[in-house]
Design a protein around this ligand. Structure first.
Ligand code: SF4
Length: 342
């Protein structure tokens, strides 16, 4: 195919041609190592050569799956499933803790899903285990994620998670347009977003990131602009812009009707508003920071994406990058948690 043709095909299929985070494990299926002893040898050899690394723990639970969600999430209407998952996760942490010894840990994120959806006791069990098995101090950039609904209604949980060591928190308000939120089957409101932000600040988090989304079929420029201005008014340290990616989501059927020009226009609206209000992003990055010399991304993500540092992902659907391998834990949209073995 001629280069020009490929370029125009990329424009036409812009929802599919953009990069995916996380990458789809299916693309690497043919390189999969299946034998347990080979896996253990490979891990031992690979991690021996790594001096500096970051950690990620994936929590695949949310109250309900949002229609635009592309992540590994199981709907959690059964708290027993949560306990079972955490038990297995602790085993996985032990497994890697035995392999990975004395590394300089330079970042740790707990993401999802919605980590703060977990019971307080389970958040404590996971965090304490991470501290026990990996050698890092709590000042080394621990970051966690919440939804506005949870942050607005669970001040005590927010506070105790902060006291466990998490000083950076990320919260997706996505849009303040109620009609859009309802159509995504996602709970939220301006009042909830405001209370959530107040609670986060009161609980002592030093760095708050707010995610907002663009590129939705029924999202007007006016609505989008209001969301950006609202996020700025909340005065977080960072604001991240996420383009809706459609693929693999319940909104996939809408993708063909969203023009690339609309998506690009929304980005430039946000870019200008954010810049005018002191939020700056590095070229090519989607996180805008109002803190000087701070990328805005968590230490884990900065090290992983910008500096190419090795990372270990724990939990369903997490991804790892060692000295000479890239691996994915089992994970898909429909998952039987008990089928997961470390
Ligand atoms: S809260 Fe976030 S992770 Fe959970 S379903 Fe919605 S978009 Fe996905």
């Amino acid at each position: 195919m001629r280069l020009e043709k490929i370029f125009y095909k990329g424009l036409e299929l812009h929802h599919y041609a953009n990069t995916a985070y996380p990458l789809k494990p299916t693309s690497f299926r043919e390189y999969r190592v299946k034998e347990n002893d080979k896996i253990e040898n490979l891990l031992n050899e690979s991690w021996k050569k790594v001096k500096e690394m970051t950690l990620y723990v994936h929590i695949p639970f949310c109250e309900k799956r949002c229609k635009f969600c592309e992540y590994v999430v199981v709907s959690n209407d059964d708290k027993l499933k949560e306990n079972e998952y955490v038990d297995l996760l602790l085993k996985e942490i032990d497994f890697y803790g035995n392999i990975i010894d004395k590394k300089n840990i330079v970042g740790y994120d707990m993401g999802g899903g919605t980590p703060l959806y977990l019971l307080e006791n389970n958040l404590e069990r996971i965090t304490n285990k991470m501290f026990k098995r990996f050698d890092f101090d709590s000042n080394k950039g621990l970051s966690i994620e919440t939804t506005p609904v949870i942050a607005a209604n669970n001040y005590e949980k927010l506070k105790s998670v902060h006291d466990l060591g998490y000083k950076r928190i990320s919260m997706g308000i996505q849009t303040i347009n109620k009609k859009l939120l309802d159509s995504f089957e996602r709970k939220g409101s301006i009042k909830i977003d405001k209370t959530a932000t107040e609670n986060i600040k009161k609980a002592g988090y030093k760095r708050l990131n707010i995610d907002i989304m663009y590129g939705f079929l029924h999202q007007s420029e006016v609505n989008f602009k209001s969301t950006v201005l609202f996020a700025i008014d909340l005065q977080p340290e960072y604001i991240s812009l996420y383009r809706n990616r459609y693929k693999g989501t319940k909104l996939e059927y809408q993708a063909k009707d969203v023009e690339l020009s609309k998506v690009n226009l929304q980005y430039s609206i946000a870019y200008n508003l954010l810049n005018d209000n002191g939020f700056v992003a590095n070229i090519g990055k989607n996180t805008f920071s109002r803190i000087k010399n701070d990328y805005g991304t968590s230490e884990y993500l900065t090290k992983r994406v910008i500096e190419g540092t090795a990372y270990l992902g724990l939990g369903l659907g997490a991804q790892s990058y060692g000295h000479n391998y890239l691996s994915y834990n089992e994970g898909a949209e429909v998952i039987v948690v008990s089928g997961f073995t470390p």
